[in-house]
Structure formats: structure tokens, C-alpha cells
Design a protein around this ligand. Structure first.
Ligand code: SGN
Ligand code: CA
Length: 558
């Protein structure tokens, strides 16, 4: 291949920097960065992770070309905070984006801004969920808020608001390929953020997958009927497949059928259904009815004789059919992007990342959704390829986090990492230089409570062996999980005398971590106050109103 002129310039600059003893080595050829992220994609639903549920041959291609991480996690398992941590390289309590509720503080410095300044072309397509537009991008087309599955609207940098017919996963990919083909300047490296809405709730799959996925049956997880004994926060959370998944909006029982059957929750559930299925055009709707109509009639006939246990099992199957159906389209579209990169000689000098903004419960603990520090939502899929730098087909069990992306990309691009970023560059792990990598524990902090799904605020230290978790509002107690002996995370052994030493050591290490990252009880108090002031004034969607009222009343008394 003919080397372009700038290759020589950077090569010389690199030599010069080295010979002058500068700290930062400028790489000969700055890599392109393709950051692919899905929304709520559980690692249990990727075949490279040994999934029993689905084949994802295209996502697996990234693992075959590069490295699969088995211990990648997020610092705060919820959408917008994860994205804020990715962009800023800072924990939620420092970048301020602690929950989905408040908009992102756009005075934060983000890695795309720094890459843009350093000469990278930057583009973002798909879901951001910040309440404001991204900074540091030459081009963006983003979904407003959560976005829609069918015929979605976009907020664009140059064309205002546009509505594009089609299925969101296909549409976001079309936009991405269009940018690569028509707007990308081949003389400069680029950062491309390709961010899917799928497989986010309400799990509406593409028409072409309906015939297949609405008839599949999936194995159940061992903890589908978890009793939450010893874990009070898990017991009060509202994310049970049986009790909190909506008949219409989630399981696609038509509001009309619900009414005829006398099932509860008609009002809000009808709205949810209309918001998602109601966006389909006549043709899309006809396909939907062809496959979901018979499901409705079968359910109507079976329901009167179903036990509680059978209802849970039915809902679980319905949930997985739709959730996994959306992933089939993500995988196909990732394949389209990889094919494009391959066909255009863009594979060789490109870092490709596949990840999710967090993991997700696929029936484990009886749940859907995320938020808890228990594995399925705390951990997130992470696959990284970079030919010539990352060994093909390799795996790593290092405790890496979404906190590390910003510094990793800056490092790879030869751009200085701001001193107040809190992650670590992953280059030593990716390139097998583990002597330069030294992390034994990570810090976790979830905030959004009282809110939808009612997961209590908690912070935690996680090592490869244990989790020590503090639920501090409005439940106040500790959990200790022995990850090796209890991989299903069902037993809180905090008060077990056999763990007294472990408990004491972890308390100490947790305090050290909180100090290192600058988190504190007074910050916790601050974030609770700001949040409660706001929800008292404006309310909040999906909250358990009775519990919220009790919390607010108690606060007035104090
Ligand atoms: C919506 C969903 C929730 C989900 C949040 C946050 N409810 O509010 O189930 O936890 O998004 O998800 S829905 O009825 O509107 O679908 S996140 O990925 O954006 O954090
Ligand atoms: Ca998410």
C-alpha cells in the first residue's frame, strides 16, 4: 500500500519526540477509532461469551480479530451516566451525571473534544440520551432521549430535526455508512461513535425477524425464581419479569385484548404500546399483527388456567423473544459496518470497540433492567480489535471499566490525558504488557432512587473475589458477596463470622478507593438533596409514588 504523505510527517514527528526525550511518543500513524455501543446489551446475549440464547457471528468477528474482556464493568449501571463516564473518563460524582434525570453538564471536557482538537474527524450516530447535544463532533445525528424503534426522529447537527422511515438499527447504520462514504476525509484519522438504541426496552424487533423470534423457546436462568432472602434491596426493587413487566408495552398483549380479558394497568400501558407499536406505518403494522396476533389469541385462551409460575415462565419467553430479536438486527448491522471497513482498507489501522452502556438481567434474579452491582448489569460486554497491536482471539479477565475508554483512546492517538481523568489507558492490557497494569479493585456507585424500578442507592468495591456493597438510602445496610463460592450472588455473608477478616480488609480498601476517587458521604447527601428537591417540584416517571411520598414526608420532619 502506498503510504500517504502525512504518514511521513507523523513518523518524523515521532522520532523527534523520542529523541528529545518527550514523555509522549507520537505514534507513526494515528489509528481510527470505531466505537460501537449498544444500549442494554447483556453479555449473556453474545455468542463470543458462550451465550446459550443467540448466535451473534458479526460481533464475534471483533473477538476473533482481537480481545474479549470477561471482567469489564461500568461504574454506574445506567444509560446516560455510563455515557458521561465514557466521554469524560470520570466517575459520576465528578462529572455530575449521576442519573438519567438531570441533563449532562456540557462544560465537562470530553475525549472527542480533545481528539477533534488534535486533528481527528469526529462523528456520532444513534443514541446519546444526554438532554443536550454532543460537543466536539464534526457531524452528529442523534435520537432524542430514548429514541423510537420504528420511523425514528433524529436531532442533527446540520439539518435540524428529521424523521427517517424504517427500523432504527438499520437507519443508524445507513447514516453511519453514508458518513464514512461521503463525508470522511481519507487524509485524517477519525473517531466514529456508532450507538444503537437496541436492545433497549420496549424491545421491538425488525419485521424480518418476527417470524423466527416470536416462535423460539429459550432456556431459563437458574435464579429466575430468586427469593431475595438476605438481600433487602433486591426484594424491594421493581424489575420483576412477573410483576413489573407490562402486559402491553413490554409483552405486546394488545390493549384491546387486555381490556377484554380484564387485565389491570390499562391506561399507562396503552400509552406505552401506542408510543412504540403505534409508530408503525400500515405495512409494518400488518407484519406485526401477522406474528403477534396469534400470540395474543393463544395467551387469551391459556391465561385463565395459568399458575403464577406459568405466567412468569410465559413472560420470560415473551421477553427474551423480543429482546433477542432486536439483537439479531444489531448483529447484522455490525456486520455491514465491518464489511465496509474491510472493503475499504480501513480495518488494519482501526481500533474497533464493541460494548454496551451496561449489562442487563435476562431473567437472572427474576429480573429485567439493570442498576444493581450484581454481575449481569455491573459487567458489560467488551470486545476490542486493533490488528497488529492486539493478539487475535485473545481474552482478558482484567478488571477494566468504561471509565478507561477516554484515556485509552487519547493514549492510542498520542494525545495527552488530562490529569483529572480517573481511568487508566488499556493499552498495556490490549498489547499484553501486563507488567504496566496494576488494578485489583474497582469502585461502583448507583444513584437513581427513588425512581423507576426502585433500586436503592448503593456504592461498592468489587475485586475478582468479593463485592462489598453499602445500600445507604433509604435502606441502610451492607452486603458481602463471595464471587467465587456464590457466582449467582444469592447469599449476603456480611454477618457471617467466617468472613470477619475479609469484611474488615474490604472496608479498608473501599475507604481508600473512595478517597482516591474523591467520593464521600457529604457528596452523597448533596446528590440526594438536589434530586429530592427536583422530584418534589416536578415529579418523576415510573416511581413508586407511595414510597416517594413517605420519603419526602420523612425529610420534611428532619
Ligand atoms: C425507560 C424504561 C426503564 C429503563 C429506563 C432507563 N422504561 O424509562 O425500564 O430502566 O428507561 O434506561 S420504559 O417503560 O419507558 O421503557 S436507560 O437505558 O436509558 O438507562
Ligand atoms: Ca442502557
Amino acid at each position: 500500500m502506498k503510504r500517504p504523505f502525512w504518514y511521513l510527517i507523523f513518523g518524523l514527528a515521532g522520532l523527534l519526540a523520542l529523541s528529545c526525550g518527550s514523555e509522549k511518543e507520537v505514534p507513526a500513524r494515528r489509528p481510527n477509532i470505531v466505537f460501537i455501543m449498544a444500549d442494554d446489551h447483556a453479555y449473556q446475549a453474545i455468542s463470543a461469551y458462550g451465550s446459550h440464547l443467540i448466535q451473534t457471528p458479526n460481533i464475534d468477528r471483533i473477538a476473533a480479530m482481537g480481545m474479549l474482556f470477561t471482567n469489564a464493568s461500568v461504574t454506574n449501571s445506567i444509560c446516560a451516566p455510563s455515557r458521561a463516564t465514557i466521554l469524560t473518563g470520570k466517575h459520576s460524582h465528578l462529572n455530575g451525571k449521576i442519573d438519567n434525570h438531570f441533563p449532562f453538564d456540557s462544560t465537562n471536557v470530553t475525549f472527542p473534544q480533545l481528539l477533534q482538537k488534535a486533528g481527528y474527524q469526529t462523528a456520532m450516530f444513534g443514541k446519546l440520551h444526554f438532554g443536550n447535544n454532543p460537543r466536539g463532533f464534526d457531524q452528529f445525528k442523534i435520537l432524542p432521549g430514548q429514541g423510537a424503534y420504528y420511523n425514528p426522529e433524529f436531532i442533527t447537527k446540520n439539518e435540524g430535526k428529521v424523521t427517517v422511515p424504517g427500523y432504527v438499527t438499520d437507519v443508524v447504520t445507513d447514516m453511519t455508512l453514508d458518513w464514512l462514504e461521503k463525508e470522511r476525509n481519507p487524509d485524517e484519522p477519525f473517531l466514529l461513535m456508532y450507538l444503537h438504541k437496541a436492545p433497549h426496552r420496549s424491545w421491538l424487533m425488525a419485521e424480518r425477524h418476527m417470524a423466527d423470534y416470536t416462535t423460539r423457546t429459550f432456556p431459563e436462568p437458574a435464579t429466575l425464581f430468586d427469593d431475595y432472602a438476605t438481600r433487602p434491596a433486591a426484594a424491594v426493587a421493581e424489575m420483576s419479569v412477573r410483576r413489573h413487566m407490562n402486559w402491553s408495552g413490554d409483552n405486546k398483549i394488545y390493549p384491546r385484548v387486555m381490556k377484554e380479558m380484564g387485565l389491570a394497568e390499562i391506561g399507562i400501558d396503552t400509552l406505552r404500546f401506542n408510543f412504540s407499536v403505534g409508530r408503525m406505518d400500515a405495512e409494518q403494522r400488518a407484519t406485526f399483527d401477522k406474528y403477534y396476533g396469534p400470540i395474543n389469541e393463544a395467551f387469551r385462551a391459556a391465561y385463565p388456567n395459568m399458575t403464577e409460575e406459568e405466567i412468569m415462565k410465559w413472560k420470560y419467553q415473551r421477553y427474551l423473544q423480543d429482546y433477542l430479536g432486536t439483537i439479531q438486527a444489531v448483529d447484522e448491522n455490525v456486520g455491514r459496518l465491518l464489511d465496509y471497513l474491510e472493503a475499504n482498507n480501513l480495518m488494519e489501522n482501526t481500533i474497533i470497540v464493541y460494548t454496551s452502556d451496561q449489562g442487563f438481567y435476562l431473567g437472572e434474579h427474576g429480573w429485567f433492567d439493570k442498576r444493581f452491582v450484581y454481575d449481569e448489569s455491573f459487567k458489560t460486554p467488551l470486545l476490542v480489535s486493533w490488528p497488529g497491536q492486539v493478539a487475535p482471539g485473545s481474552t482478558s479477565d482484567e478488571m477494566v471499566q468504561n471509565l478507561d475508554f477516554a484515556q485509552t483512546f487519547l493514549d492510542a492517538a498520542g494525545v495527552a490525558q488530562p490529569g483529572d481523568m480517573q481511568g487508566e489507558s488499556l493499552l498495556p492490557v490490549l498489547t499484553g504488557k501486563l507488567e504496566d497494569w496494576n488494578r485489583e479493585a474497582v469502585y461502583y456507585h448507583y444513584y437513581e432512587y427513588p425512581a423507576e424500578h426502585m433500586v436503592n442507592r448503593h456504592y461498592a468495591i468489587v475485586t475478582k473475589d468479593y463485592k462489598l456493597i453499602h445500600y445507604y438510602f433509604d435502606l441502610d445496610y451492607w452486603e458481602l458477596i463471595d464471587r467465587k463460592k456464590d457466582p449467582q450472588e444469592r447469599h449476603n455473608v456480611y454477618d457471617d463470622p467466617a468472613y470477619a477478616d475479609v469484611q474488615e480488609r474490604l472496608h479498608r480498601e473501599l475507604e481508600q478507593l473512595r478517597e482516591k476517587y474523591g467520593d464521600s458521604d457529604s457528596l452523597n447527601r448533596h446528590y440526594i438533596d438536589v434530586f429530592l428537591d427536583d422530584v418534589e417540584r416536578d415529579g418523576i416517571f415510573g416511581v413508586n409514588q407511595a414510597r416517594l411520598d413517605e420519603i419526602l414526608a420523612k425529610r420534611k420532619k428532619e
